[in-house]
Design a protein around this ligand. Sequence first.
Ligand code: SLL
Length: 271
Amino acid sequence: MAPPSGKRVKGTQIYRPFIYGTTARPFDADTNPKPPGVPDDHTHSWTVFVKGIDDVDITYWLRRVQFKLHESIPNHVRTIEGTKGKPFEIHETGWGEFEITMKLYYVAESGEKPQTLYHHLRLHPYGRTEEEKEAMRLSGDDIISWTYEEQIFNEPYDAFYDILTSGAFPVSSGGGGGAKGGGKGGKSKDKDDQQAQQPQRSPGGVLDRSAMIPLTNRPGQPFSRETEQVEIQKLKDALVKVEELTKQIAEDVQQKEARLRGLRADAGIKA
Ligand code: SLL
């Protein structure tokens, strides 16, 4: 593919948060009955996905995703083309865990080569302790293995830069430019125009075509500033623990050295 014409925006990096991963659920007669035709040895239904944070649209930078599943699965290489506002996803059933390869293809204007990500399909709760495993069992029977990622576009072409950054404020001259909810009977044109000027936000407050993440968590939306703060606190607490341990070990070494000196002196050995 020929690189896009135009210049690169020098010294500029644009990043966009996104999430990829799998959600699995064991078959259960009441909560997740096995659909007809699913083989007897299949124990779970699962979904693999790539999507925007707080489910915001990412198709303005991500064009398609090729998912490579385990060879035991019929038609194991699947390509999903982007549909505006929808996740790139595949629903499947099976019995075993394996590594899924996801190849991300960017929009033509980006001039970017595809990039490959790897994700381990999880069917069973995991964690280092029973507590952690129990936490995995939260939210019904869903086994969630999700990763927060940031896609970096380094010195994007100027046309792509515009695509990345201009969508939050639709051009009013274009008759709405994709603003939702306008044009219903009874609304004045002024109001429609006003709405077209409003940047669009997800329910969690994420501005369309931005690098924002929500301030707080919501059910099914675990990545937020709140989560970030919790992680930062965990790191701080761990650092305090490491410093305490280091101090203890240093004291221990000092005591042992003193004892060694004493023993040597008793035995008449020169230090
Ligand atoms: C394992 N190494 O032994 C893995 C392989 C394969 C999973 C897991 C089959 C689905 C189908 C399926 O679940 N394969 O037949 O459609 O755990």
